[in-house]
Design a binder for this molecule. Sequence first.
Ligand code: FAD
Length: 442
Amino acid sequence: MLIDADSDGYAAATRPHNSSTRQRPARVAVVSRPEDIASALDEVAALARSSGTPLEIVPQATGHGAGAPVGGGAVLLDTSRLTGVSIDPGSRVAVVGAGATWSEVNAAAERHGLLGLAGSAPSVSVSGYTFGGGIGWLVRRDGLASGSLRAVRYVDGGGRFRTAADDAAEEIDRAAMWAFRGAGGVGIAHTLEFDLFPAADLHAGALLWHADALPELVAAWSSTVGTAGGGVSCSLSVLHVPPVPPFPEELRGRVALHLAIADPDGPVAAAPLLDAMRAAAEPVLDSWGPADAAGLARIHLDPPAAAPAIGDARWLDASTPVIAEALLSTAVAHDTPIVMMEIRHVAGAPVRRAGAVVAPPGDFVYHAVASLDLSPRERIEEGFARARAVWSAADAGSTPGSWAEGSAGVPDALPADVRRRAAAIADAVDPDARIRRSRLLG
Ligand SMILES: Cc1cc2nc3c(=O)[nH]c(=O)nc-3n(C[C@H](O)[C@H](O)[C@H](O)COP(=O)(O)OP(=O)(O)OC[C@H]3O[C@@H](n4cnc5c(N)ncnc54)[C@H](O)[C@@H]3O)c2cc1C
């Protein structure tokens, strides 16, 4: 069903979690069942014919990955009601609607001692996250979320229902499966099928210190992170702490160093890293301990509300610990536009299936976020440039596209040959270019 700007539901659908881009489409297509997607394609075609204007269809679940503006030449296809979640504990497989969020999926999975490969924010949907690669807290043991994807049920540009899978009968569906794994996806997905992983002894936590101790803390992290056991994933960040709960009063409005750390296999393997950092300086907050899925989704301390976020990110190589102090120090000054800068450790992630991006192209990821509410774009770019002058020494050559928040396109997210192959698959699935291409292809 297509609704216009005067209808209930239009305002909610066009308020993306990343509010740095404006969304004012000609109509919103509200879909509650997979069949509604094909009907929406028909209705959009009829509207385009009657108005004499071509209309591009833009799929969106939560808008965490919103980048290019959505204007009067587009219809926003809101998948947020496709939230069904079904878990098969025997085969350790989840079958979920394309609008389901990670909090919904992992709340269901953990009842069976299992988890999907979620990232830091529970409100992110499985779709954009997984199609963009998906760097989560189990990445070093279980790989990128893209590699856990078994099948995607989707609708092509002609409104046909198809299933992307490695063993699909038609070549186009085998190719689509490859593109769904890390190239941002093709067509319009309505159901995803992916692996779940055991997490019987999940431990996780957030540790916060005053940033005054940054040199000692980064030295402790740099000397131990490379030896952390294969289940331990962590991110070390500089965080400009908002003056509100749940942050400890002592740190509100101050600059903090933040370690987010998780291990699905118990507390032992993380102990040397944690001991070294606790010995370097006493944390103001230390929540490390047994955790459930909801607790895991809190360790990165992401703000829950929508924000006009602008992000910068890069895959970095194994030499990152050498530049870590200099890099994080670029985000410490009180007048920096950067509100959060992190280095995530992803080395050793296993590759589970073939796809466009199924292995981290570097051992570490740099990621910085600023807000247009707090700083103008030019100042944000200056902050990113100061960081780039440091991280370029450890550059692994490409950008993790999901973390280029607020960008219309991410031209260096994929190697040129991968981008060409994925773009050709998108063209085969949607030859009349009715569906907006993933920003990872542009
Ligand atoms: C607070 C926060 C924390 C994050 N943490 C992490 C993290 O830990 N690890 C990580 O890897 N990423 C993380 N991200 C980035 C996140 O993975 C991307 O923003 C991702 O695009 C969000 O997916 P979505 O479906 O929720 O967003 P949407 O904006 O709804 O979708 C993003 C894009 O995905 C595609 N898409 C969505 N639905 C469909 C569909 N049904 N069919 C076809 N294509 C579709 C479209 O191209 C769409 O533009 C985080 C982002 C935020 C804002």
